[in-house]
Ligand binder design. Structure first.
Ligand code: BGN
Length: 367
């Protein structure tokens, strides 16, 4: 019996050689299908490449003069020619009385933020020629709508601070804020107290200038979109609402950690922040409880505008999870009127004015 004459009982009379042939055909089809699939995927993937990404990156580091021409978030925002003059002020930058516009025309939208190349402080100084000593800035083209003190609790995180300054100074300038940056450095090696440092920042910043808004930011968090404005709103504002660490979302609805902003009025209404949270965790939940107990709500940007990157790091020394935090957050309402800005005590050891920030070294005491 030849192969050709063999019958496949399953196929009802087709020659037995045929399954081999159809297998070959099926394989060819599969290979073709895979190739096609690969091509389509490749095209799709490449179309997703933001070819302007490098421009964005450069844009983020540019002085506002060149940004002034870029007045929308869309594709058409990047000029092919950047004028050399610094005096490019479009009419829509300010209203008739000279106030800055509600939405700054200098914003560019999403930004590329990476922490793999170390940044040099002198590079940052050079890239921000409009800054005044102490990391102060005021837009020259219009009157800023808010006077914002940025308060950063700190201890031994120099490289993180450099990244923060590198990325955030240009963003804050494009946001047309009248702002200053305050690094509140906890002296010594006792347990870290983030919320107390924030209270101290509030008090110390007010000694410098009539700030009406306070942004409280961790040193390792950077905004990925300059439309996420570091300013105050009618309700306390949570700014870092879509952290990469939490999959670009909130870990839980009441989360108020990372970066937040409170007006002077909102801050005083809740008696500031607690001074009694030593070590990691819970102080931000206490702040949330304070806000809720005073009948305020949380204002937030959407989760695209609110994207932020956090620098990966190991837990700091002397900042272990605070075992008392569970008890403390259960009693916010009882303690908040006596633990806060009205019970704050500390000693300023040094106040240094650097080109990009004011550094205040403080003794916060012991747990
Ligand atoms: C929470 C912490 C917050 C912290 C977030 C995100 C507490 C209180 C006891 C439940 N809260 O669990 O402080 O910001 O995680 O890391 O630990």
């Amino acid at each position: 019996m030849t192969l050709g004459s063999m019958k496949d009982p399953q196929l009802g009379g087709s020659p037995a050689a045929l399954p081999g042939a159809s297998l070959q055909k099926a394989c060819k089809f599969l290979v073709l299908f895979c190739a096609l699939h690969l091509c389509v995927t490749l095209v799709y993937y490449m179309s997703g490449w933001d070819l302007r990404i490098f421009h964005y990156f450069v844009e983020n580091q540019q002085h506002q003069a060149s940004s002034l021409i870029n007045s929308t978030y869309g594709d058409d925002m990047l000029p092919s020619v950047v004028p050399s003059t610094t005096d490019v002020t479009p009419a829509h930058t300010k209203d008739i009385v000279g106030n800055c516009a509600e939405t700054s025309p200098l914003l560019v939208g999403p930004l590329r933020v990476e922490f793999n190349i170390p940044v040099e402080i002198n590079e940052i100084i050079k890239a921000n020629p409009s800054l005044m000593e102490g990391g102060r800035y005021k837009p020259s083209e219009c009157k800023a709508l808010q006077k914002v003190a940025i308060i950063i609790p700190f201890r031994k995180r120099e490289s993180h601070l450099n990244y923060w300054l590198y990325y955030m100074h240009p963003v804050l300038q494009r946001q047309q804020l009248d702002y200053g940056v305050y690094i509140i450095n906890q002296d010594g090696s006792n347990t870290f107290n983030r919320a107390k440092l924030l209270n101290i920042g509030y008090m110390e910043a007010l000694k410098d200038y009539d700030y009406d808004c306070f942004v409280f930011s961790d040193v390792d968090i950077v905004a990925m979109d300059d439309r996420n404005i570091y300013r105050c709103f009618s309700q306390p504002r949570h700014i870092s609402v879509a952290l990469d660490k939490f999959g670009f979302g909130l870990p839980y609805y009441q989360y108020f950690g990372g970066v937040s902003a409170l007006s002077k009025e909102q801050f005083t209404k809740i008696n500031g922040f607690p001074n009694t949270y030593w070590g990691w965790g819970g102080e931000d939940d206490d702040i949330y409880n304070r806000i809720a107990s005073k009948g305020m709500s949380i204002s937030r940007p959407d989760s695209v505008t609110g994207k932020c990157r956090m620098i990966h790091h190991n837990r700091d020394d002397k900042n272990d999870p605070n075992p008392k935090r569970f008890d403390l957050i259960a009693r916010t309402r009882q303690t908040m009127n006596t633990d806060g800005i009205n019970s704050l005590s500390y000693n300023v050891l040094r106040r240094e004015n650097f080109p990009l920030y004011v550094k205040i070294t403080v003794d916060v005491g012991n747990p």
